[in-house]
Design a protein around this ligand. Structure first.
Ligand code: BGC
Length: 490
């Protein structure tokens, strides 16, 4: 029996610019992430792997053949890709004036970008990169792939964020990235530019990818693996706040500047991508573990969405939103919610009376684990999808779901079991799920962990950059082309 997915369902894979583009063509070397993974201190302390993105799969030149793999190899009708802000604007454009409205605490709640400002940005953009992105978007359309475009999938231009300076001396750093509310204004400008310039080629946008992961791994991490490698709950919340503001300002600009439709979706459908996880206490009978798991769940799954959808910024983290923590003017909209789902985490309380976000540990996976040490827990995709819909009432796209599995032996099971559960969310919980994007099309640069984790449906031969199919290519093709599941996971 075939378990069908809704008509018009988008089947795709997700990739990101920094992880895939390099390896062919000019590198994008003026971003915080570039500086971060090349920094000798980070490499010697093993906060990063020492692998570098310039050994990547080379999507910058090989995009047409990659789209073909998506379309023909996988039978997909869609693809989620990202642009690299620092490739387009490697040099500062903060002198291009826009009118921002600031509240009494110094946070922006509105930005006016004029046509004149857009013309100036057009003069200052890196022309080769802007043209290449245009070719990439055109090629996706030509090959029949509905494009979902992520505007921010982690690297910031170095003129906005100098991660080494921030790591070594935050107070005196001149480019503070997401700790600076101005970054949200710069992102609004960038979003206006993108929507205006590519309006005839893009209808479906994600503003930000996983603000929580950027904030968590950058500002709440004992290992310090993401730029700028800090570990302080207050900085984590500050970054979360500025990212939520950035979503709203970006949403408003895309709506304002994209007037052309390429598809029945209309000119612009704009959402946010959140990674949602199942969090459980390590020992269910231990009240401290239970409290820690609840605090992490609140911080990681809920806090950022409450900010975007309700204007609630619980900065003192007491799980109550006092009137002074409400910023209703920052709520601009979110047409859908992108859910990235990977795993379940067990949380243990580590003692101490300080900030709840300084007293927990994510326990190593026990049992059914991926190469990356993430638990395989398919029921979670249904649980988080249902939770997100019931709470925020927006259509859902699964914008990422996948497994690091170098042997290729577990991926079929992972894919099928997660889709079984997603199907239940649609048919039994009545969640309007509009699409599914597997992470990822081909093995790529897994941030601070380099090339070790292999999430790809295609492997990439090191010397030639040739793409080699794993056996899940055929499985996914069958699902996408029949728009359904015909077999039980083994
Ligand atoms: C990110 C991807 C990443 C994947 C696997 C997600 O958090 O959006 O960029 O490669 O997880 O770790």
């Amino acid at each position: 029996m075939v378990k069908r997915f809704p008509e018009g369902f988008l089947w795709g894979t997700a990739i990101s610019a920094f992880q895939c583009e390099m390896g062919r063509g000019p590198p994008s070397d003026k971003t915080d992430w570039w500086a971060w993974v090349h920094d000798p201190q980070n490499i010697s302390r093993k906060t990063v792997s020492g692998d570098t993105p310039q050994d990547g799969p080379g999507f910058w030149e090989l995009y047409a053949q990659d789209f073909q793999l998506a379309r023909e190899g996988l039978g997909n009708n869609s693809i989620r890709i990202a642009v690299d802000w620092g490739r387009l604007f490697p040099d500062p454009v903060d002198d291009v004036e826009v009118e921002a409205k600031w509240d009494e605490e110094g946070y922006p709640y509105g930005v006016e970008v004029t046509s004149g400002a857009l013309e100036e940005l057009e003069r200052r953009v890196d022309q080769d990169s802007a043209e290449r992105y245009e070719e990439i978007f055109r090629e996706a359309a030509k090959q029949g792939l509905t494009l979902m475009l992520t505007l921010y999938h982690w690297p910031l231009p170095l003129w906005i964020h100098d991660p080494i300076e921030c790591r070594d001396n935050l107070e005196d750093a001149h480019a503070k990235g997401w700790l600076d509310p101005n970054t949200a204004v710069e992102f609004a400008k960038f979003s206006a530019y993108m929507a205006h310039r590519y309006q005839d080629l893009v209808d479906l946008y994600c503003t930000l990818n996983e603000p929580r992961v950027v904030s968590e791994h950058g500002y709440l991490s004992p290992r310090g693996e993401f730029p700028p490698g800090l570990n302080d709950p207050h900085l984590f919340l500050e970054a979360m706040k500025n990212l939520a503001l950035a979503h709203g300002l970006s949403y408003e600009q895309v709506k304002r500047w994209d007037h052309e439709s390429l598809s029945p979706l209309g000119p612009s459908t704009v959402g946010l991508v959140a990674v949602l996880q199942v969090f459980e206490p390590y020992e269910a009978g231990n009240p401290l573990d239970r409290r820690a798991a609840q605090a992490v769940e609140y911080a990681f799954n809920e806090w950022g969405l409450n900010a975007v959808f309700r204007g609630d910024y619980d900065m003192d983290f007491n799980q109550t939103v006092e009137p002074w923590e409400q910023k209703p003017l920052t709520v601009k909209g979110c047409d859908y919610l992108g859910v990235n789902y990977y795993s379940r985490w067990k949380i243990r309380h580590t003692g101490g009376e300080g900030h709840p976000l300084s007293a927990f540990q994510i326990m190593p996976c026990e049992g059914d684990c991926s190469d990356y040490g993430w638990e395989i827990y398919p029921q979670g995709i249904r649980a988080v999808t249902r939770w997100a819909y019931q709470r925020y009432r927006r259509p859902i796209y699964i914008t990422e779901n996948g497994i690091a599995d170098a042997s290729g032996e577990t991926r079929d099971r992972y894919l099928l079991s997660h889709l079984e559960e997603l199907h239940k969310a649609i048919t039994q919980d009545h969640v309007p799920v509009r699409g599914y994007f597997y992470w990822t099309l081909m093995d790529n640069f897994e941030w601070s962990d380099g090339y070790q984790p292999q999430f790809g449906l295609y492997k990439v031969e090191k010397e030639t950059r040739k793409r080699l199919p794993t056996k899940t290519v055929a499985t996914y093709n069958r699902i996408a082309t029949t728009n359904g599941l015909c077999e039980k996971p083994s």
